[in-house]
Design a protein. Structure first.
Length: 277
């Protein structure tokens, strides 16, 4: 089987959540992929877990790690991109369980000159903890009846789990949500990501993924909305890495990217003084 897709999954000291995610990929209908774990400085517990779970998985699993230096997701993403063996890259997070057709949808809709923009369905903490390996393999965590039995509240957003065919196509077309590069659910051609020099490593949490997509769009790459087609459920967790100084810095970088129509960052995959195109 020839691999044609690389999936980058970010993680940090959350092996229990990561296990649920990797089991989700073990159920995919589309199987021509590898997974690269972008580990932003986890302790040995995550490495030991990855070494153990490999025997249960059908797909190649590569662990890319660097020392803990605070939230450096952009940097570890660039290191993971460098380890991808295929021409097409899906990016998601170690707290997002994919539905069985998640990779198949990305593979179906990929197109030269475009990147794909998906979303997620947020689960409350109680359900996040309750989901077992069996629930993932039996697709319970995508079953609205099972979720409501476990106290999921009614919401229009529940349509993400039930929409299919014309309904999902229609919702993708009419949603007011921008088709941006979302780190939890996006995909694109490796050559396009390299053409803009990957992630800007000056950026910590807050829009660093979207800034990558904005430079790709400045390059001429268009985006395609698949948030009601490529489905993943987002496990709840605390967000202790959020800080206002980093958010302000990121907003300033994104403003320059937008106003100056920047394509290239000097702080990405390649560190140099290349002038902006």
């Amino acid at each position: 089987m020839k691999l044609d897709t690389s999936i980058i999954i970010s993680t940090y000291n959350s092996p229990q959540w990561l296990a649920k995610v990797l089991y989700g990929y073990n159920k995919q209908t589309y199987r021509n992929f590898e997974i690269i774990i972008a580990d932003d400085g986890s302790t040995h517990e995550t490495k030991d877990f990855i070494d153990k779970i490999r025997t249960e998985l059908f797909y190649p699993l590569i662990h890319v790690w660097h020392e803990d230096n605070g939230f450096q997701k952009s940097e570890i993403h660039n290191k993971a991109i460098a380890k991808c063996h295929t021409d097409y890259i899906i990016m998601s997070d170690g707290d997002c369980i994919p539905r069985i057709d998640f990779v198949a949808v990305h593979a179906k809709y990929r197109e030269k000159g475009y990147f794909l923009s998906g979303g997620y369905f947020m689960l409350p903490m109680a359900i996040s903890k309750a989901i077992t390996k069996e629930d993932i393999y039996n697709e319970n965590c995508f079953n609205l009846k099972w979720l409501k039995k476990n106290h999921l509240k009614s919401s229009f957003k529940n349509n993400k789990l039930t929409a299919s065919g014309f309904i999902s196509w229609f919702l993708n077309r009419v949603t007011t949500t921008n088709a941006s590069w979302n780190g939890h659910n996006a995909s694109g051609w490796k050559k396009d990501i390299i053409a803009v020099n990957g992630f800007d490593e000056r950026m910590q949490y807050g829009g660093e993924d979207r800034e990558l997509g904005e430079r790709m769009m400045n390059l001429g790459i268009k985006s395609k909305q698949i948030r009601y087609s490529a489905i993943c459920v987002h496990l709840d967790h605390k967000r202790g890495y959020v800080n206002e100084a980093a958010l302000a810095k990121n907003r300033a970088i994104r403003a320059i990217t937008k106003n100056e129509k920047k394509i290239w960052t000097n702080f990405g995959l390649v560190k140099n003084s290349k002038t902006n195109l």
